[in-house]
Design a protein around this ligand. Structure first.
Ligand code: AMP
Ligand code: MG
Length: 522
């Protein structure tokens, strides 16, 4: 891989842990520990993204090479690099969890390519000082889910980490999927993911909680200098501006999640990137029937803290924790509070514009909030598939009658027999208002529909689709991974040859593990 340009800023400039063993421990006064990936016994490449390879300077031909296989399975270390695990802390499910760190993620190196910087990170490459009670490994099912979903999100236009490669380690990993005392061996796998950096809110929280204020200052300044070079001015101004930038990009990311129906599932502060990109794909899921209370994460099924409709509030809560972490540098609450306060208002106005655009309404009027709350309420009356409903709005034209319009979205109802009486009346009422509103739009039907088709995806990684690819991959058949990968590169295109994936969740997937419910076991 002759064009890989190594440029390790993180390890060159920040304090390292002097202990280089992977013994589990509390690691103080440092931001990372050097570690060696565990050598996999028989790595094989399942899939790699040519586009992501190109981003970091790896050619198509090099993807097939022995050195690619070895480097991104952890078998060999890239020349001039020293892999490391990052030390961070965080709040999990609303509670302070203390030190967490990369328990099964290992950063290989930072790469500079075409004046951009990327960190390459292996997930599932073995133990680190932060592995706590676990093994540092990852299973094939969760690796496929992360690999495919990150790329799917990218092509949907949602900020995210990227996936470079998916490999089998050749080793077996013991997991108790349902946490019910039935552990079983599964195939181990390793994903290499790529991001500008893997710095999280929890990276800063840890330093402040430990009162390591000198490290905090150094780290914030390092972060701004390298990852937010556009921020200039007096130090205190810079810290505030940094917080504002993180709040803004986080808000934009959440608006996208709500647009496409993505539920992260574990929005702990250690899973929040400072770049406002989606990170750490664990028990995530996609809304099938539109239900703001839905969460895929069985660990959260009681409180539903991370349910779809709560994601904006949780993002704000997480930003509060980041503000607290930065406070010792700013020493003034007001500017941070102002940013936090405006977060929800700004979110609401962005959400409104986004939601109206999903409806093909691009000219704002005072009544528009009602059309949104009205639709949210009626969507919940009877299970309605979010993706199909919004995509099929592109069939509706200004001259349609209410009956015609309902007919066109009929296929999105999971229980069509329920659409009668009061429920049907509610739909009729909503469509009456919608059609009136549509007729006030200046755009022609054709132009409006073209725009809507770039906003409402036709194809998302439905929970059962990933599971089908996983079931085949477990048997050694990777064709479905490739098929979904290609399909999800063009989520807004009609792709009539893939029409079978534009379908409601099949009945068998309604309550199948891995489809509608996922545990954190991965
Ligand atoms: P997550 O819920 O995946 O964000 O993980 C929370 C913490 O547990 C992080 O510090 C992870 O690195 C760690 N962790 C999760 N799974 C494993 C594993 N199999 N081995 C070691 N550490 C893990
Ligand atoms: Mg995590």
């Amino acid at each position: 891989m002759k064009n890989l340009k190594i440029n390790n800023r993180f390890t060159a400039e920040l304090p390292a842990d002097p202990n280089e063993t992977n013994e589990i421990r509390q690691v103080k006064n440092t931001l990372f520990s050097y570690v060696s990936p565990t050598k996999p016994s028989n790595p094989t490449l399942i899939h790699a993204s040519e586009e992501v390879a190109g981003l970091v300077g790896i050619t198509k031909e090099e993807i097939q090479s022995e050195s690619f296989l070895n480097a991104f399975s952890g078998k060999e270390i890239l020349p001039e690099t020293r892999p490391y695990a990052m030390c961070y802390a965080g709040h999990q499910f609303g509670n302070w969890a203390g030190q967490l760190g990369d328990g099964r993620a290992i950063n290989l190196t930072e790469i500079e390519h075409n004046n951009e910087f990327f960190t390459l990170q292996l997930k599932g490459a073995g133990k680190t000082p932060y592995s706590r009670t676990a093994d540092g490994l990852a299973v094939l099912r969760s690796s496929i889910r992360e690999y495919l979903c990150a790329e799917a999100m990218h092509y949907l236009g949602v900020p995210t980490t990227r996936s470079l490669s998916l490999m089998l380690s050749g080793d077996q990993v013991l997991r108790d999927v349902l946490y019910n005392g039935n552990p079983a061996y599964e195939k181990g796998a390793i994903v290499c993911r790529v991001a500008p950096s893997f710095i999280r809110f929890g990276s800063f929280e840890m330093l402040t909680a430990r009162n390591e204020l000198k490290n905090l200052k150094e780290f914030v300044e390092f972060t701004i200098k390298h990852y937010f070079p556009e921020i200039k001015g007096e130090p205190k101004e810079q810290y505030i501006q940094f917080f504002k930038t993180v709040a803004d990009t986080t808000r934009e990311m959440i608006v996208h999640w709500q647009r496409v129906g993505f539920v992260h599932g574990v929005m702990n502060t250690d899973n929040m990137s400072i770049h406002g990109i989606t990170i750490d794909y664990g028990p995530y899921g996609w809304l099938e029937n539109y239900d703001p209370n839905w969460t895929p994460n069985t660990t959260d099924s009681q409180n539903r803290r991370y349910r779809f409709g709560n994601q904006p509030q949780i993002a704000q809560w997480n930003l509060y924790q980041l503000a607290n972490a930065l406070y010792p540098l700013v020493n003034e609450a007001e500017p941070l509070e102002k940013i936090l306060e405006s977060f929800i208002n700004d979110f609401k106005s962005d959400y409104k514009v986004m939601f109206l655009s999903k409806l093909g309404l691009f000219t704002l009027t005072d009544t528009d909030s009602k059309i949104i709350t009205g639709l949210e309420a009626v969507l919940e009356l009877s299970e309605t598939d979010m993706t199909i409903f919004f995509r099929n709005l592109n069939k509706i034209v200004k001259l349609d009658s209410v009956e015609n319009a309902i007919e066109k979205i009929q296929v999105s109802f999971y229980l069509p027999e329920e659409i009668k009486g009061d429920i049907l009346d509610s739909w009729k009422k909503w469509f009456t208002v919608y059609l009136q509103r549509l007729n006030q739009e200046e755009l022609s039907d054709e132009d409006r529909i073209e725009k809507m088709n770039q906003i409402n995806p036709k194809y998302v990684l439905r929970n059962y689709m990933a599971q089908l690819a996983i079931d085949d991959a477990d048997k050694g058949d990777y064709a479905a991974i490739n098929e979904l990968y290609l399909l999800l590169q063009k989520p807004y295109d009609e792709q009539p040859e893939h029409q079978k994936w534009f379908a409601k969740r099949p009945d068998w997937a309604r309550s199948k593990v891995g489809c509608s419910m996922l545990s954190c076991s991965s």
